[in-house]
Design a protein around this ligand. Structure first.
Ligand SMILES: CC(C)=CCC/C(C)=C/CC/C(C)=C/C=C/C(C)=C/C=C/C=C(C)/C=C/C=C(C)/C=C/C=C(C)/C=C/CC(C)(C)O
Ligand SMILES: C[S@@+](CC[C@H](N)C(=O)[O-])C[C@H]1O[C@@H](n2cnc3c(N)ncnc32)[C@H](O)[C@@H]1O
Length: 383
């Protein structure tokens, strides 16, 4: 991994004066120097790492599509209970021997599957993480739409706001009155959010202890998946869900199906306008603020503030810019994703904290999360 970390930085030794850094960049950009560095034994390993890192950037889509093929052909499900003989696997994939070999060799190189003794295939280190991981599986499928918008990245950048597919997938990002959206337009994204909620909820629950609270209001809470995850850990907590009417309706049905109708209330409306339901001593905004430009984000935070008495708690959970080690995820992935969606941007913790203060919250504090690249958690108090 050190190779790719090295390639991630500009490569110049840290602390190098700007003038020398310019020189260093010019050296690296020179084809003659690159040829020399590839020949010279002491620089050759570094040169190889750079070639590999650049090749990975060139080939990323092929790696992605290898994963998609494995998901669609249910490779991880087939291998979940143990290694399978090559011929049996090929038959279950329904591919020719040659095509199956191409897929399996590619998947092996990407650590999705692994060769096992006796001509069998088992799960690779990364393939194992795909087993019973419906959130990531759903995202892999969802990326077909994301990459359609990114097929012409320059056109997307020139348009500046909104792709062709994603802004329609998240219609609240583009319509004037999102509260009027019908069920048909919220169903797909609500299901995607529900499927991917477990890996966010786990991070939040490990970072913040809800046991001191009586009632949690989740603003933009989707079908209530986050609230149900918190409820499972905190049996005495009352739950309130606020989302667009069509989404809140899905939440109401899901609470009833989970036997939580007596503990959970649902509210349909627009969280940029209010009014907000009262009675909560903690409000959560999970994967919400980064969806919106500053003015709307501020309106949502003010709504959250209006739902709380002074001293009440606000919890914001989402991926944030400036997370060490997560730069390609926050800057490249979520940066482009939100550009294609048409509103919002990943914010640095300090930028979020400034918005929170503007909206009437004090003492914003970043709580350590186990996997900050998936989500960070900021907590603040209503002033
Ligand atoms: C000693 C032994 C036996 C082993 C030691 C080795 C060891 C420690 C192995 C670790 C094994 C392990 C625990 C692996 C765990 C792997 C996990 C949990 C992997 C999880 C991966 C998660 C991924 C790839 C998440 C992807 C998430 C995506 C793509 C999210 C996209 C979100 C979007 C598009 C959100 C949209 C919402 C919006 C619109 C922005 O608001
Ligand atoms: C990215 S999803 C996050 C859902 C959920 N919090 C999660 O993390 O799984 C954003 C949510 O905000 C809701 N939303 C968007 N605009 C809204 C508005 N103006 N008023 C209320 N809810 C809104 C959407 O319906 C959706 O459920």
């Amino acid at each position: 991994m050190s190779g790719s970390a090295d390639a991630m930085s500009s490569g110049a030794p840290p602390g190098l004066p700007e003038r020398l850094r310019d020189l260093y960049d010019r050296l690296l950009a020179s084809p003659r120097f690159r040829q020399f560095a590839t020949r010279f034994p002491l620089t050759r390993p570094m040169a190889r790492r750079r070639v590999r890192a650049l090749f990975d950037l060139c080939a990323g889509f092929v790696y992605t599509q290898t994963l998609l093929a494995c998901v669609r052909l249910r490779v991880f499900e087939i291998l979940r209970d143990g290694p399978v003989q090559h011929d049996v696997l090929v038959a279950r994939l329904g591919l020719s021997a040659g095509a199956a070999a191409t897929l399996l060799n590619a998947a092996e190189s990407l650590k999705l599957v692994a060769r096992r003794r006796g001509g069998r295939w088992g799960l690779g280190a990364l393939g194992a993480a795909m087993v019973d991981n419906p959130g990531v599986t759903a995202m892999v499928e969802h990326h077909a739409l994301v990459y359609r918008d990114l097929a012409d990245p320059v056109a997307l950048l020139r348009r500046d706001r909104g792709g062709n597919g994603l802004s329609g997938y998240w219609p609240y990002a583009e319509v004037e009155r999102p509260a009027t959206l019908p069920d048909a337009q919220v169903a797909a994204y609500t299901a995607l959010m529900a499927a991917s909620q477990p890996f966010i909820a786990e991070e939040v629950l490990a970072a913040y202890d809800f046991s001191a609270h009586r009632c949690l209001l989740d603003l933009g809470g989707g079908d209530g998946s986050f609230l149900r995850a918190v409820a499972a850990r905190h049996p005495d907590l009352r739950l309130m869900l606020f989302d667009l009417p069509a989404v809140a309706e899905r939440g109401r049905a899901a609470f009833a199906a989970a036997g939580l109708a007596g503990r959970a209330e649902t509210f349909g409306g627009d969280f940029t306008e209010g009014p907000m339901p009262g009675g909560a001593d903690i409000v959560s905004l999970v994967r919400i603020v980064h969806d919106h430009d500053d003015a709307r984000a501020l309106a949502i935070l003010r709504s959250a503030r209006s739902a709380l008495a002074p001293g009440g708690t606000l919890l914001v959970a989402e991926p944030m810019s400036g997370t060490p080690g997560a730069e390609p995820i926050t800057e490249a992935y979520f940066g482009f994703y939100l550009l294609a969606m048409g509103t919002g941007r990943p914010r640095k913790a300090e930028e979020l904290a400034a918005l929170l203060r503007q909206a009437g919250f004090d003492a914003p504090k970043l709580m350590p999360t186990r996997t900050p690249l998936l989500a960070r958690v900021m907590v603040a108090k209503a002033a």
